[in-house]
Design a protein around this ligand. Sequence first.
Ligand SMILES: C[S@@+](CC[C@H](N)C(=O)[O-])C[C@H]1O[C@@H](n2cnc3c(N)ncnc32)[C@H](O)[C@@H]1O
Length: 273
Amino acid sequence: METEFQRGFAGLVLDSIQADAESRLRAEIAFHEAQAAARRRHFAEHPEDLLVNDDAYLDHESWVRFAFDLLGEVSGKMVLDYGCGHGMASVVLARRRAEVVAFDLCGGYVAEAQQRAEANGVADRIAFVQAAGERLPFRAASFDRVWGHAVLHHLDLEPACNELVRVLKPGGWAVFCEPWGGNPLLRWARNHLHYPGKERSRDEKPLQAADLAVVRRHFREVQIVPQQFFGMLGRVWPGMPGRNLLHRWDRALLQRFPGLGRFSRYLVLSLRS
Ligand SMILES: C[S@@+](CC[C@H](N)C(=O)[O-])C[C@H]1O[C@@H](n2cnc3c(N)ncnc32)[C@H](O)[C@@H]1O
C-alpha cells in the first residue's frame, strides 16, 4: 500500500514534470507569437504574399517534394497538418483534395494559416485548431495521414508519439521532416555560425539517436531517409551555384553509402503504427 510519504512524493514529481512541460509550451508560444505578430504586420501591407505556389513550397527545401510524395494519394483522405505553422502545406494538401485538419500551438500562426487558406480559396477544405501535439483534441483513429515539417524536434516526444499513434487510423501513416543532430560538425556550426533564418526557440533540439529510439518504440514500422550531405553548405551560402545538382548527387551518395546518413542535415521519417 502507498504510504502518505509516497503519495506526497509522487505529487511532487508530477508537479515538477507538469511545470517543466508548461514552461516548455510557454517558451514556444512566446517565441512563435512574436514571429507571428511581425508576419501579421507584413501581410497587412502585402496580402499578395499569402498566395501559395505549390511548386515553390515543394521545392523550398530539397527534401520536401520527396517527403510529400511519401504521403501517397491524399484525395478524399483525412490529413493532419501537424504543427502547421504558416499553413503552406495545408493549402497544397487541400488543392490535392484532402480533407485537412491543421493545428499549431501558436494561435498567431493558426490565424495566419487560416488567412492563407482564405486567400488561396481552399478554406472550405481545412479546419484549424490551436493545440499542443502532446495532447491532441481529436478522437482516436481520426486520420489517414499526418504531415509534419520541422516540428517534432520542438516537442516532448514521448507524449507526442503516444498521441500520434492514437489519432492515426489503422493502416494510416505519418511523414515528418526533421533536423538531425548527429553530425558533430553541423552541431558546432548550428551553435556558433550566424546564417539567415537561424532564430531558434529555447527548447528545440535537432533529433538525436535517443529521440529516434523513442519514435521506434511507438511505431511498428519506421523508415528514415537522411537528407543533404554536401548540399548543406547552401544553408550558410545562400544562392550557392549548382545547388540542385549537389542535392541530386547527395541523394545518390547517401543511398550508396547509408553510413554517411549520420552526418546528414535532415531526416525524412515515415511512421506506421
Ligand atoms: C519551425 S516551425 C515549422 C512550422 C511548419 N510546419 C513549417 O514547416 O513551416 C515549428 C512549429 O511547431 C510549432 N510547435 C512548437 N511546439 C509545439 C507543440 N508542443 N505542439 C504543437 N505545435 C508546436 C510552432 O508553433 C511552430 O509553428
